[in-house]
Design a protein around this ligand. Structure first.
Ligand SMILES: *Cc1c(COP(=O)(O)O)cnc(C)c1O
Length: 404
């Protein structure tokens, strides 16, 4: 086989469909988020980042930076091993306690990313619980899908956020089979929120465990940043709460929190936890500082919601169609892959606004969009510049405006 020709032709088809991914080469500037320098073949330009998952700007927070400096000076660069063989640093232990406390659970277990936490935890539960059936929301993240697939257990996909469909599918399954319902709180592309209480009610009715991905909610919702389940007083009803340290907490890593026995079980059996070098102590230290800060400080959350509201209002006034939802994610709908890319290229080249186009397979075809994530650090002037720029492009591109 001509391997090179194969790779190139596969890439060509991505180009033809307009969904070849081009990464923006950015240099973020601490103290100046959301500003960054973008490197290109033609030189460099300063841009405003409008699609970061560092939702609260904690990646530049002085307390986080200070904790990371202290940890690197104190412990050095890497962890030095897997968690089992010399790599467990005291910062890891403290971080797991901090996370258990955040979600009101007995224990926490950290992984090298949120992706790994979903893949390893769901995969291990699927493999090790005899006869387990996992009921998975149709819009679950790729890491959950891969984890469930890796679990090789029976899986049942239920319609996104549809309680009737979930109930019908639970009722149709063997009443004696152990069951687990896997879902997210805030869904990252549409920004909609799951009916957590009702899902837990169904779980109780059918004796199922619940697995909740709060990746797009931790740090941002609830009085201490515990997520949507904290805000709604439901944390004790969810069996496993999973989250990331890489989005609102501004660092990197993932985790689950649950009972002591469940976390110990995953710790003891999950290949993706056991056979990999532990997170560097600096990351654990930074995450601890970030979580502690956000447990005590409502300031970032309040300002975040204020910015989101301000941006939606400005879009409405300009007649730019955006998907309404109860979260901090502002999807501006374009509905065409090529146009979506064209608009984002022009925003970048002519207006110094960086927003990555979101195309298939991340979202269904015909729902291509620009996914804006305003942070507490975006100013009124930033919002005004963005909406004015969009307005100009919208007329040029002859896109249907929302009826004002
Ligand atoms: C980003 C994401 C993850 C993975 O988290 P990382 O820490 O980035 O690996 C998991 N679940 C959802 C819903 C996500 O959007």
């Amino acid at each position: 086989m001509d391997f090179e020709a194969f790779f190139k032709s596969e890439l060509d088809s991505l180009h033809q469909e307009g969904r070849y991914r081009v990464f923006a080469d950015l240099e973020r500037h601490r103290g100046q988020f959301p500003r960054a320098t973008r490197h290109t073949a033609e030189g460099k330009r300063d841009v405003t980042v409008w699609c970061s998952n560092d939702y609260l700007g904690m990646g530049q927070h002085p307390a986080v930076i200070a904790a990371m400096h202290e940890a690197i000076d104190h412990c050095g660069a890497g962890a030095g091993g897997t968690r089992n063989i010399s790599g467990t640093n005291h910062y890891h232990v403290l971080l797991e306690q901090e996370l258990a406390d955040l979600h009101g659970k007995e224990a926490g277990l950290i992984f090298n990313s949120g992706y790994m936490s979903n893949w390893a935890a769901l995969g291990t539960l699927g493999q090790k619980i005899p006869g387990l059936i996992i009921f998975s929301d149709a819009l679950n993240h790729a890491s959950m899908i891969e984890g469930i697939r890796h679990g090789k257990c029976e899986r049942v996909i239920w319609k996104h956020n549809d309680l009737n469909d979930l109930e019908a599918k639970l009722a149709a399954a063997d009443p004696n089979a152990p069951k687990l319902i896997a879902f997210e709180s805030v869904y990252s592309m549409d920004g909609d929120i799951a009916p957590i209480k009702e899902i837990c009610d169904l779980a109780d009715k059918f004796g199922a465990m619940t697995y909740l991905d709060e990746v797009h909610a931790v740090g941002m919702y609830g009085p201490r940043g515990g997520g949507i389940a904290e805000r709604e007083g439901l944390m004790d009803r969810v069996t496993i709460i999973e989250g990331t340290l890489g989005k609102a907490f501004g660092v990197m890593g993932g985790y689950i929190t649950a009972s002591t026995a469940l976390c110990d079980f995953v710790r003891s059996y999950a290949s993706g936890f056991i056979f990999t070098t532990a997170l560097p102590p600096t990351l654990a230290a930074g995450a601890i500082a970030s979580i502690r800060h956000l447990k005590a400080s409502p300031f970032e959350r309040v300002r975040h919601q204020d910015r989101v509201k301000k941006m939606r209002l400005a879009l409405d006034q300009a007649g730019i169609p955006h998907m309404p939802n109860p979260s901090h994610i502002v999807p501006v709908m374009v509905g065409d892959a090529a146009k979506c890319k064209w608009i984002s290229d022009l925003l970048l080249d002519s207006y110094d606004i960086y927003v990555q186009p979101i195309n298939y397979p991340t979202v269904p075809r015909k729902t291509e969009r620009l996914r804006f994530t305003p942070t507490p650090l975006h100013t009124d002037a930033d919002i005004e510049h963005l909406v004015n720029s969009l307005q100009q492009l919208w007329s040029q591109c002859a896109l249907a405006r929302a009826v004002a």
